[in-house]
Design a protein around this ligand. Structure first.
Ligand code: ZN
Length: 425
């Protein structure tokens, strides 16, 4: 059999890294490159067969030498990414349950007077979180999301949604028509914001004097510890740690008054934010800041090591799948989250090595993975086509997925978990 040669376009940054644009957090910089993932298609741009290939953009991660904020060096216009969106919160039962618990935690902590208190969810997706607030009695709710297709889903659940990016103008319009918000939430959309100043000016305009702004974002400490390089894609312009977040908020008169680390989605940072001096600040805030310094999240060498481990995963995936192909082992995938797009591109995997990827989302079925062209099918195809190995691209939900696929495993099927080390179970 002919040798399989795969030449992904990537490199790790060593010393003398290039410097990118000004830092999107502090406006200073320079932003120093540590991982160059090459040119890739947008991670959620699943194309239809026969459509032209999705356009590719450079994907490079760096750290600001001034404030330590980890971010992308290249910007893609948000309109290209968020106007039509295929990631639906309610598709994951784990996420739906998590958002239900978040709503409960906020209602009890904010002592939200459910009859009156306005709750605004930024990046409200299909309305899953606001629907949970509704079940707890919150009547005044408003979603903000730029994706018209998702807003329509939210409205079908009774969640009124503005189709817009959250900017100062959006916030001022909401404040004028609805009054100040007792609660503003941003779950998993905070990493998406290219104009942080405009966004925080919007929070200033909308947040009530006794209001709280609750952010959940993939936590940089978990990203580094898990080598979750595949969560780096164009939508995620920021990779949040507490240190840079506090610096940003301070400029807007806001502060983090409590923090939690959560296991969801590779590990999340939940930051409880209010007007500076308004609430007692939990000791947990300073403890986490101290841990971040111990982990070296403010230091470049931490990220150079991270990039080396990402390279090792790419090499191991290519070697493992090449060997399987030569041995006649048939490989498919399960789950086509956005991070699968980064992983596939980084490892140089296409349909010649991964026959298909099964995904529960009907919005993705019948489409192809962005740039790498692997067909996405209904999970029923696993039973029909019986691959020997399934790569779990949603490795953060590995336990949930393996439980769902127990019949496949009982019939002799194996799973490949790619991150943080390639392993077969
Ligand atoms: Zn900076």
């Amino acid at each position: 059999m002919a040798a399989i040669t795969i030449e992904p376009q990537h490199k790790c940054a060593g010393r003398g890294a290039e410097s990118g644009p000004r830092c999107l957090l502090c406006g200073l910089g320079p932003v120093e490159l540590f991982l160059d993932l090459g040119r890739t298609a947008l991670a959620n741009q699943f194309t239809l067969p026969g459509q032209p290939a999705a356009p590719e953009y450079p994907l490079r991660a760096g750290q600001c030498a001034e404030c330590g904020h980890v971010q992308l060096l290249d910007r893609v216009p948000p309109e290209a990414m968020f106007r039509d969106y295929l990631y639906v919160s309610s598709a994951s039962s784990t996420l739906t349950a998590h958002l239900g618990r978040l709503a409960s935690a906020i209602v009890s902590r904010a002592r939200l007077n459910c009859e009156d208190g306005l709750v605004v969810d930024i990046g409200s997706n299909d309305g899953t979180l606001l629907a949970a607030f509704g079940r707890l009695g919150a009547r005044r709710r408003r979603g903000v999301d730029p994706a018209a297709n998702l807003a329509a889903l939210a409205r079908s659940k009774g969640v009124e949604t503005d189709v817009a990016f959250f900017t100062r103008a959006t916030a001022e319009r909401l404040a004028a028509s609805l009054g100040p918000a007792r609660v503003i939430t941003a779950t998993n959309s905070f990493p998406h914001i290219p104009d942080l100043d405009g966004y925080l000016a919007g929070i200033q305009a909308l947040l009530a004097a006794d209001g709280m702004f609750v952010v959940e974002a993939h936590y940089l400490a978990d990203l580094v510890e898990q080598v979750a390089f595949d969560t780096i894609y164009h939508e995620h312009v920021s990779y949040w740690a507490l240190g840079p977040m506090r610096r940003l908020l301070d400029r807007f008169g806001l502060e983090v008054f409590d923090v939690e680390r959560l296991p969801l989605h590779h590990g999340q940072l939940r930051a409880w934010i209010g007007w500076r001096g308004r609430r007692a600040v939990s000791p947990a805030v300073e403890e986490l800041a101290q841990q971040e310094r111990q982990l070296g999240l403010d230091r470049r060498d931490t990220f150079v090591r991270f990039a080396r481990r990402a390279s090792a995963i790419g090499e191991s995936m290519r070697a493992t799948l090449g060997q399987m192909k030569r041995s006649g082992v048939r490989v498919a995938g399960y789950g086509a989250p956005a991070k699968a797009s980064t992983l596939l591109a980084w490892c140089g995997l296409g349909p010649e090595l991964v026959e298909f990827i099964a995904d529960r989302s009907p919005l993705k079925q019948g489409r192809l993975t962005p740039g790498t062209g692997i067909p996405i099918v209904d999970p029923g195809e696993i039973e029909r086509r019986r691959p020997d190995v399934l790569i779990l691209f949603a490795w953060n939900f590995a336990e949930e997925v393996m439980e769902q696929l127990e019949p496949y495993r009982k019939a002799g099927g194996r799973f490949l978990i790619p991150v943080p080390d390639v392993r077969i179970v």
